[in-house]
Design a binder for this molecule. Structure first.
Ligand code: ATR
Length: 287
């Protein structure tokens, strides 16, 4: 939306995070609003942890329609909301807030945003052996949705103590027991031969360290599904190696676009123009 298009009726959405300047959500959402001809505008808000309470009061006070929530606020934001939907509650993190007539409602679209690209490729997690690298916020949403869908999950994390704690919390909420191991070469070579799906939920491979990967090509094979949550670069070293090994690959941009599309639907009640959002995200990443 150009500034001369802003009217007295324009509704405001945005993203709160620290840092936030590299976010491509504004480009993606403004492209979607434009495509559907909606009188909405999406803005990035740099909110430091000490200002989170004030930011959420601001959302009420200014009648902002919707917000995405990113690092480091996804957990802390929950205490400032009027309601949190059951999935977000179980995951323990909110990435979308909808202002419904003054009531702030929290949702999590990261989990479903991860699942949808798999389903698009006709990959059903049920009964699959899944290896997830990392035990941070993204990993938690992914582990939750995949275990709910009947996958058998092993988490490998650099800090093994953190992984154990993580597994206990996720297992408690999903009622499924998951395995956990320290992330090292020996454990990788044990779990990889029986893995159907490998997910990198760490930041390893992210620009400018785009030559890094936690899994070497000899551990990848045809028929395997390899998913990377890193979206910059567009195709990570891990995905390049996986492609060469004949595996099916899904890049981080898919999760990004899908969580955005599902956020858009919460705010507007309309079906998101997914292809338009994907195009805008790709273009922004190339720039
Ligand atoms: P996010 O919310 O995106 O998941 P996060 O909560 O900071 O981000 O989690 C990042 C994950 O990547 C963590 O599991 C982290 O491992 P630790 O728990 O040991 O910190 C993992 N990670 C980051 N850099 C890594 C590296 N170089 N090698 C292995 N794991 C790494």
């Amino acid at each position: 939306m150009l500034s001369e298009d802003i009217t007295g009726r324009t509704r405001l959405c945005g993203i709160i995070g620290d840092p936030v300047e590299h976010s491509i959500s504004p480009v993606m959402h403004n492209a979607a609003f434009k495509k559907l001809g909606l009188d909405y505008l999406y803005i990035p808000f740099h909110v430091t942890p000490g200002n989170l309470r004030r930011a959420m009061e601001g959302m009420r006070g200014l009648n902002i329609s919707g917000l995405n929530v990113t690092i480091p606020h996804k957990v802390e934001v929950m205490q400032f909301l009027d309601s949190v939907d059951p999935t977000a509650e179980k995951i323990g993190a909110v990435n979308v807030v909808f202002n419904s007539g003054g009531l702030l409602q929290g949702f999590n679209t990261d989990a479903e945003g991860f699942l949808q690209p798999l389903l698009e490729k006709k990959i059903d997690p049920k009964g699959k052996n899944v290896v997830i690298l990392g035990a941070g916020g993204a990993s938690r949403a992914i582990a939750f949705i995949l275990s709910e869908r009947g996958a058998d999950i092993t988490i490998l994390n650099r800090t093994s103590g953190k992984a154990i704690q993580f597994i206990e919390t996720v297992s408690q909420t999903t009622g499924k027991i998951m395995g956990t191991l320290e992330l090292n070469e020996m454990n990788l070579s044990t779990v990889m031969p029986v893995a159907d799906i490998l997910i990198n939920a760490t930041s390893v491979g992210m620009s400018p360290d785009s030559n890094d990967t936690l899994v070497t090509r000899d551990l990848l094979r045809p028929g395997m599904v390899v998913v990377d949550i890193v979206y910059n670069p567009f195709k990570t070293k891990l995905l390049m190696e996986a492609e060469k090994a004949g595996a099916t690959t899904i890049g981080g941009i898919e999760m990004l676009v899908w969580q955005g599309a599902l956020s858009f639907e919460k705010w507007t009640g309309l079906k998101a123009p997914l292809e338009e959002m994907r195009k805008a995200a790709r273009k922004a990443l190339k720039a």
